[in-house]
Structures are given as C-alpha cells and as structure tokens.
Design a protein around this ligand. Structure first.
Ligand code: HEM
Ligand SMILES: *[C@@H]1O[C@H](CO)[C@@H](O)[C@H](O)[C@H]1NC(C)=O
Ligand SMILES: *[C@@H]1O[C@H](CO)[C@@H](O)[C@H](O)[C@H]1NC(C)=O
Ligand SMILES: *[C@@H]1O[C@H](CO)[C@@H](O)[C@H](O)[C@H]1NC(C)=O
Ligand SMILES: *[C@@H]1O[C@H](CO)[C@@H](O)[C@H](O)[C@H]1NC(C)=O
Length: 463
C-alpha cells in the first residue's frame, strides 16, 4: 500500500476513534428514527443493526441458518487463522460446534461429571474466601480463578491451586488479551486491518499470549495421547483425540491438533471472563439489595441447609434463587450488542436485501430491557422472573446467552456455575458492604464489548 492510501486509511480511522466512545449513544437514537432494522457505516463497512425482540427473534431463530455467520474480527482471525469455534463460520464452525456441544453433554453424565467438578470448585472457592478473615477485599481475583479452573477441569481433567504458577500464567495471558481486545484501538484495527501490519505492539502481545496457550495445550495433548483409554475419556482433550482417530482417513477432516488448541483457547476466552464478571456483578447487586440476599439465604436454609453442598437438583425447589440469577444476567446485560453475526448468503429481511457477508449487530439490551416484558426494566428485581404464586417464570426475552444457532455453547455450564457458586457462597457467608448501602454505585462501566461492574470491596462474614 502506498503512503497516500495509508494516510487516507489512518484519517478515516481517526474519525472512527472519535466515534467509538459515543457509538452506542448515537445508535440508540437511530432505532427511534428508522425502526427495528437499520444500517450504519462503521468506518467504511456497512453494518445492519437489529433492535427489539421481534426483529432479533426473526433473524437469530426463524432465519437462524442465514444469520449464523460470524461478523469479522480481523485481529482474532489473524490469531486463530479462522479456525476454532468463536470466530469461524461455515462448515468448519458447524463441525467444531456440534462436537463441542456433544462433548460437553457427554462430560455431563456419569461419575466425575461436570456438576461434580463445579461443586468441587465451589468448595475451594469458599475456602479461599474464608482466608480473607471477614476483612474488606476486592473479590475480582478469586472470582476470576473459579470459572477458569472449571474450564481447566473440563479441558485438562484437573483443577489447579489458585497459587499455581502455570494457572496464574494462563489467567494472566487471557486477562491481558481480553483487555487488549476491549480497547477502542482494536475496533480501529478491525475496521482497518491494513493497520495491523503497521502498528506492531499490542496485537503482537495477543499472538504471543495465544501461542503460549497453544504450546501448553500441545504439551498436555501429548501427555493425554500417551495415557488415552478410548473406553474411558477423561476430558475434552480425550474426546477430541478419539474424534481425530475416527476421522484420520478423512482428507477434509476438521479435527487436527491445530484446531484443538484454538478451540480450547476459545473456550477459555469465551467462558472465563464472562462468568467471573457476572459473579462479581451478582455479589455487588446482592450487597446493594440486602432484602434479596435475605430471601435467597432463607431459601438455601430451607432447601439445602447449612452443611450439604448445593446441587443442581435443588434449583427446581428454589424459584426465588433461580429468578435472582436470571435477573442478575438480565440486569447487567453483559454483552449489550452480542457478538457480531454475519449473513451467510443474500437475505431478504423485512423488505431489506442484506448482501451476503454483511455484519449484523443484535441489540440485546433492547430485548433484556423491554418494558412490556419486564415492567420497570431499569430496576433490579427478581420478581421479573416470578409469577404471582412465587413460581419461576421463564421468558423468551431472556437472551443473555443470545439465541438460535450461534447461541452460547457454554450456557448450561455457565448457569450451573452461577447457581452453584452463588448458592455455596451465600450458604457459608453473609455479605457485608464497606460503605453505606445507599452509597454503593452499581452503574456499569463499558469495557469494549462488555459491561462490567465498577470496582468495589466487601466482607465475607462466615455464618
Ligand atoms: C455468564 C456467562 C456467559 C455468558 C453471558 C455468555 C454469553 C455468550 C454470548 C452472548 C455469545 C455469543 C452468541 C452469538 O454469537 O449469538 C456466546 C458465545 C459463546 N460462548 Fe458463551 N457466555 C457465557 C459463558 C460461557 C462459558 C462458561 C463457555 C464455556 C464453554 C462459553 C462458550 C461460548 C462459546 C464457545 C461461544 C461461541 C459460540 C459460537 O460462535 O458458535 N460461554 N456466549
Ligand atoms: C460524545 O457526545 C457528547 C454529546 O452527546 C459530546 O459532548 C462529546 O464531545 C462526544 N464525544 C466524542 C469523543 O465525540
Ligand atoms: C437523541 O435524540 C434526542 C431527541 O430525540 C436528542 O435530544 C439527542 O441529542 C439525541 N442524541 C444523540 C446522541 O444523537
Ligand atoms: C440498544 O437499545 C437500547 C434500548 O432501546 C438503547 O438504549 C441502546 O443505546 C441501543 N444500543 C445500540 C448499540 O443500538
Ligand atoms: C483444522 O485445521 C486444518 C489445518 O490444520 C484446517 O485445514 C481446517 O480447516 C481446520 N478446521 C477447523 C474447523 O478449523
């Protein structure tokens, strides 16, 4: 590329940078003016924004296949080479996704199943919180360890001590990548991928971090190969190795070590920060609303008692707690604009012709904050998921995990973690704020794609 072209690119990117901070503000007005489907130009690329339950359901569910592509993420594509699950599309994505769902399902049954692993982690989490001796602490680190360890347990069969060097290294590298990927610069790179070659630095760090994970997974995979018992798969890697063996004569096979390492890296990327931010926000909301915490604790006392570890079977007898967890996810609106999708072919949608490959943004906020489905949507109130009799009430508007063919692969796992971690914590501790409850700020801070709680401290008082 010549210097002039580059200059033009940089200029358009600078304009973009000015826009990034205000983008969601400016978009919100557009839906009022143009209705539930409209196009915006982000940099030089058109994107279609869908607003409201009807339009989003019609796209992600009724026309699920057409809307199942992944919007472009040049940085991630460069790191992942278009492999894996999170950033891939088409046949590749379909096969790896189907395999991942089936493996999570298989790991969920029998002895040493996923629930056992999450319960074990919940007990370790509580022990770690006990060590804070009821003094004020920022829970970010400990709440980050538990979901990361659950993924470790599923992928590598074993959990780590929260002080283990390898574990801390894995966590740190993922946290660093999440930080880089959520900076406004990355949005610039994503719109002007040409710049990637001109600004070495942070994106090189991403590749280094991804390489570290890949080589760790490769090393673990070799150990697994040596000890594999095909009749007794222990974890995700074992299932993948078995699949690889079955597919080894297929010249177009998707199951290679390369793809295993990237898929594993996607699991960490998608399953760690999301869950730990939700837990951190949940504790803040429980601090802010002691009346909600008290009702949950009353339910735990009644259904589980003080000693036994809570299990998933308890959930059906704990409608208020179930509603609280849903309400946390609805209220915090973790991924307000979902992950970007793309249409896989030319699509006729509500009288618009959307050309193949167009990026589709779904505004999940507009569904989670729908004021007909959830009266007073700005208020944190578990009653949004309860009927008059106090029974749990499902809602099709609960799209915190998105919907349709691309919906979160870890939904079942994440829901299990949220329920078991939160009930185990509230079974063993009362949460105490370090400032007056009315001064507790619960306003979200936008961090790239995700909405995170402001920093806070609390005390875990043993019950
Ligand atoms: C509270 C926790 C979580 C939330 C709110 C969440 C939410 C989401 C959302 C909104 C998407 C994008 C769906 C779309 O493109 O339409 C997604 C994708 C994904 N999530 Fe989660 N997630 C969570 C936890 C997890 C966990 C624990 C895992 C671990 C296995 C996981 C694995 C994935 C994967 C692999 C994808 C990509 C699916 C695809 O592209 O086909 N997530 N998640
Ligand atoms: C964002 O919008 C506000 C008004 O809505 C304006 O005052 C501010 O300068 C804008 N910021 C940027 C970076 O464009
Ligand atoms: C949104 O629209 C309202 C009135 O319809 C206007 O006052 C406000 O400035 C607009 N905000 C932006 C960011 O365009
Ligand atoms: C999404 O919808 C909500 C509620 O209608 C609105 O406040 C927000 O600004 C919208 N965001 C985008 C990115 O369109
Ligand atoms: C798996 O990796 C090979 C190269 O090692 C590639 O050709 C294939 O498309 C990949 N499949 C997926 C699903 O990424």
């Amino acid at each position: 590329m010549g210097p002039v072209a580059l200059l033009v690119l940089c200029l358009s990117c600078l304009l973009l940078l000015l826009d990034v901070k205000n983008i969601s503000k400016s978009l919100s007005n557009l839906s009022k003016i143009y209705g539930p489907v409209f196009t915006v130009y982000f940099g030089m690329k058109p994107m279609v924004v869908l607003h409201g339950y009807e339009a989003i359901k019609e796209a992600l569910i009724d026309k699920g296949k057409e809307f199942s592509g992944r919007g472009s993420f040049p940085v991630a594509e460069k790191a992942n080479q278009g492999f894996g699950i999170l950033f891939s599309s088409g046949k590749r994505w379909k096969e790896i996704r189907r395999f991942s769902l089936m493996t999570l399902r298989n790991l969920g049954v029998g002895k040493r199943n996923i629930e056992d692993r999450v319960q074990e982690e919940a007990r370790c989490l509580v022990e770690e919180l006990r060590k804070t001796n009821a003094s004020p602490c920022d829970p970010t680190f400990i709440l980050g360890c538990a979901p990361c360890n659950v993924i470790c347990s599923i992928i590598f069969q074993k959990r780590f001590d929260y002080k283990d060097k390898v574990f801390l290294n894995i966590m740190e590298r993922f946290n660093e990548n999440v930080k880089i990927l959520s900076s406004p610069w990355i949005q610039i790179y994503n719109n002007c991928p040409a710049l990637l070659d001109y600004f070495p630095g942070s994106q090189n760090k991403i590749f280094k971090n991804v390489d570290f994970i890949k080589s760790y997974v490769t090393e673990k995979t070799k150990e697994h190969q040596a000890s594999l018992d095909i009749h007794n798969p222990r974890d995700f890697i074992d299932y993948f190795l078995i699949k690889m063996e079955q597919e080894k004569h297929n010249p177009h096979g998707e199951f290679t070590i390369d793809n295993l390492t990237i898929t594993v890296s996607d699991f960490f990327g998608a399953g760690t920060e999301t869950t730990s931010t939700t837990l951190r926000y949940a504790l803040l909301l429980l601090l802010k609303h002691p009346e909600v915490s008290a009702k949950v604790q009353e339910e735990i006392d009644r259904v589980v008692g003080r000693e036994r570890s809570p299990c998933m079977q308890d959930r059906s007898h704990m409608p208020y707690t179930d509603a609280m967890v849903h309400e946390v996810q609805r209220y915090i609106d973790l991924l307000p604009t979902n992950l970007p999708h793309a249409v896989t072919c030319d699509v006729n949608f509500r009288n618009y012709l959307i050309p193949k490959g167009t990026t589709i943004i779904t505004n999940l906020t507009s569904v989670l904050r729908d004021d007909k489905e959830f009266p007073n949507p700005e208020k944190f109130d578990p009653g949004h998921f309860l009927d008059e009799g106090g029974n749990f009430k499902k809602s099709d508007y609960f799209m915190a995990f998105s919907a349709g063919k691309r919906m979160c692969v870890g939904e079942g796992l994440a829901r299990m973690e949220l329920f078991l971690f939160l009930t185990t914590i509230l079974q063993k501790f009362t949460l105490k704020a370090v400032v007056d409850v009315k001064d507790l700020d619960v306003t979200p801070v936008m961090n790239g794609f995700t909405s995170v709680p402001p920093p806070y401290q609390l005390c875990f008082i043993p019950v």
